[in-house]
Write a protein that binds this ligand. Structure first.
Ligand code: ADP
Ligand code: MG
Length: 679
């Protein structure tokens, strides 16, 4: 690996700083070099002190004339120095930084970057400073385009800059072929700059052009490595042998019979995806397929047909859902789908022992960690997951069967993102809704219409026996539900019950309830013992209550559109007209525009693209939930570069062998280790 030195060997670095760097995930010089600035400040204009003008952003250099410390009052001290360079003298002031006095000695050479202000006379408001050994010493923090790093965990941008600067000087000495990861022909063809130069210039560019070239080079590397890595995983998987070979041809008639026994006709989209899956299932190497399909597009029956093939061949299916509620729901759905067949369906819960005799075992993702072996497993379905990774595939292999794998999600993911990030998987897309669905009507309800909204709901419940979800605002974006969100939901529930809908029956559900309590609340709602279910966003994924026809979302502006879409998908699951009321207190035009776009559009893909273009993938679904591994330099919105790198990877695979390019191999390995850690 390039620059594998541990940060412990950084010169003049305190133990505390090392500890803090480590808490940012920085272990080696290489990691440090890959900690990119969030922006740059241009302090490259160096001005004689006598020539500075009010408002200028400049660097001045000179010698310290005087140093003074003024005690003003408790908690306020002022540090003044005067600096002169022969053309003039200027005063510089800091507040509450007495430690500076130790650095600032009269006669010392100093360089200061800041803004020129007028307080009677011209002064410089310092942003960055540094003491120099002599007038000609190279500067790090001033007099240049300066990188600004996100200050975190007690580390200032300055400290990080210092450390990266010292590492980047090693880089200059080391410049040479051992650092370049790409073959020269690729570098030339795509007009990339030298890799070591890119690493230097992403931190310390001399001009904006240099910075842009560095970004392009590193973005190219990033996308190249992601896609190359995916291709390699794919090649590797294609060489694997499936544990339990399935025959599809032999059972085609039985499959057709099953399809005709269904109470509905498959959509053309379902037929297309089923065909893709059946083709895969007949192969000697395991399927790795990722099925994307909007809420309600009918993914479950597609998975059921795969399960049937596994059963007909004498093997089991594992069917995994993210929560016990969803597992329970799949259990009921599959029972009904298979009711005219001998297929035995088993529901695995936290407390129950693994059912070895069931043909389809349904449970949460915890099934994978069960200490049972899966020798008899022919097919595995993972519902509501963005992707499965190398690690999950390896677990299944270890447990004995190396089965065919299908993961499914209703989360809309822009196509370019899916193709780039999930390149190792085959993608299927259900882009059609079953016929006869009545499109949900969505209304944006500003605060002043809140009361009318409630009145309208009350009437719907009284006259049409409508059932209503009330979703509370996202308080904090977090993977687990925070206590704060739970409290807010509880409060909202009390409020609605007491002040708004005293005549109606209300229930409450949130993520901190025991799964038994959750089930109970869900069931009561399903059996129409509640008119209104107040919930945190736990109901987001997959819950099926056909009787619910009104979805009220509070604080809607806090949710990503993809997430709102998931929530809206909880209604409209019957032939009745359903409604989604989007409540917001926000008056911000951009936010309101976004919400009206949501109100007007029912296509999940379109909504995801909308947010994606404006906010970037990291913000689509809230922290971590999105499942996109965030990019550090490249952008998913950069279609041109994504395509360019994709072609470069295809060309590379034809011409080169990774084994002969150790620097690139190292980088691909490193990427895969990181990615597996996230699986
Ligand atoms: P999702 O893709 O969100 O998981 P489901 O598989 O839960 O969707 O299907 C939603 C509902 O649509 C279920 O009640 C299912 O029985 C029904 N369904 C599935 N396919 C069709 C179809 N082709 N025609 C009519 N209804 C269908
Ligand atoms: Mg589903």
């Amino acid at each position: 690996m390039f620059l594998p030195q541990k940060i412990e060997s950084l010169p003049a670095t305190s133990v505390l700083t090392i500890k803090r760097l480590k808490s940012l995930g920085i272990q080696t010089y290489w990691d440090l070099l890959n900690y990119f600035p969030s922006r740059h400040e241009d302090y490259s204009a160096i001005s004689p002190i006598g020539k500075v003008q009010e408002g200028e952003k400049v660097t001045i250099k000179g010698r310290i004339l005087t140093v003074k410390n003024n005690y003003v009052r408790k908690r306020l001290t002022i540090q003044h120095i005067t600096v002169s360079d022969g053309t003039g003298t200027i005063t510089v002031t800091w507040f509450n930084q007495p430690f500076l006095l130790r650095l600032f000695n009269p006669e010392a050479h100093i360089s200061i970057s800041g803004i020129i202000k007028k307080h009677g006379k011209l002064i410089i408001e310092p942003k960055e400073y540094e003491i120099l050994k002599n007038a000609d010493q190279d500067t790090v923090h001033t007099g240049k385009i300066i990188p600004i790093y996100p200050a975190k965990r007690g580390l200032s941008s300055r400290t990080i800059r210092d450390k990266i600067f010292s590492v980047s000087s090693v880089l200059k000495e080391k410049r040479g072929n051992d650092f370049e990861i790409l073959p020269e022909t690729i570098v030339k063809k795509h007009r990339l700059i030298d890799e070591s130069l890119a690493y230097k210039n992403i931190h310390f560019p001399k001009s904006n052009v240099e910075l842009e070239q560095a970004k392009k080079r590193l973005a190219f590397d990033e996308l190249f490595i992601i896609q190359l890595s995916a291709k390699l995983v794919r090649l590797h998987w294609e060489k694997e042998k499936v544990g339990n070979l399935l025959s599809v041809k032999k059972y085609q008639k039985k499959i057709d019979e099953f399809v005709s026994s269904l109470s509905f006709t498959l959509t053309a989209g379902q037929k297309k995806v089923i065909k893709e899956i059946l083709t895969d299932l007949g192969k000697k190497h395991p399927m790795n397929r990722f099925l994307q399909g909007d809420v309600g597009s009918g993914k479950t029956v597609v998975a059921a047909i795969g399960s049937l093939v596994s059963y007909l061949n004498g093997f089991q299916t594992l069917f995994m859902a993210p929560t016990e509620i969803l597992a329970g729901q799949h259990y009921k759905t599959l029972l009904s789908l298979f009711k005219n067949t001998p297929v035995k369906i088993g529901l695995q819960t936290a407390s129950k022992k693994f059912r070895k005799d069931a043909d389809i075992v349904i449970g949460t993702h915890a099934l994978l960690t069960k200490s049972v072996n899966f020798k008899k497993v022919g097919f595995v379905v993972i519902d509501e997951q963005h992707r499965f990774g190398v690690r999950q595939r390896a677990i299944l292999k270890e447990k004995g069967s190396n089965p065919h794998l299908l993961s499914m999600t209703a989360t809309p993911i822009p196509r370019t993102v899916a193709l780039t990030l999930y390149g190792e998987l085959d993608l299927s897309h259900l882009d059609e809704m079953p016929q006869g669905r009545v499109p949900i009507k969505t209304y944006l309800v500003p605060n002043q219409k809140r009361f009318d909204g409630y009145k309208w709901i009350l009437e719907k419940v009284k006259k049409e026996r409508a059932q209503v979800f009330v979703i509370c605002p996202l308080i904090e974006e977090s993977i687990v539900e925070t206590l704060q969100s739970v409290r807010a939901a509880t409060k909202e529930y009390e409020h609605l019950k007491k002040n708004v809908f005293p005549a109606l029956r209300l229930g409450l559900i949130h993520g901190r309830m025991k799964s038994k309590e959750k089930d109970e609340a869900m069931n009561k709602f399903k059996e129409h013992q509640y008119d209104i279910l107040v919930a945190t966003s736990v109901v987001e994924v997959g819950i099926d209550i056909p009787g619910a026809t009104i979805m009220l979302i509070e604080g809607a502006e806090r949710y990503g559109l993809a997430q709102l879409h998931q929530l809206r998908g909880r209604v409209g699951r019957s032939d009745k007209q359903s409604y989604c009321l989007v409540f917001t207190d926000s008056n911000d035009p951009a936010r309101l525009d976004r919400l009206s776009f949501f109100a007007k559009n029912i296509n999940g893909q379109k909504l995801a693209e909308y947010d994606f273009k404006r906010r970037g993938p990291g913000n689509l679904y809230g922290v971590e939930q999105h499942g996109y591994d965030s990019l550090s330099v490249a952008s998913f919105a950069d279609y041109a570069l994504i395509n360019e790198t994709k072609e470069a990877v295809t060309g590379f695979m034809k011409t080169y062998s990774l084994e002969k390019l150790p620097a690139l191999k190292d980088r691909v390995d490193l990427f895969q280790v990181h990615r597996i850690a996230q699986d």
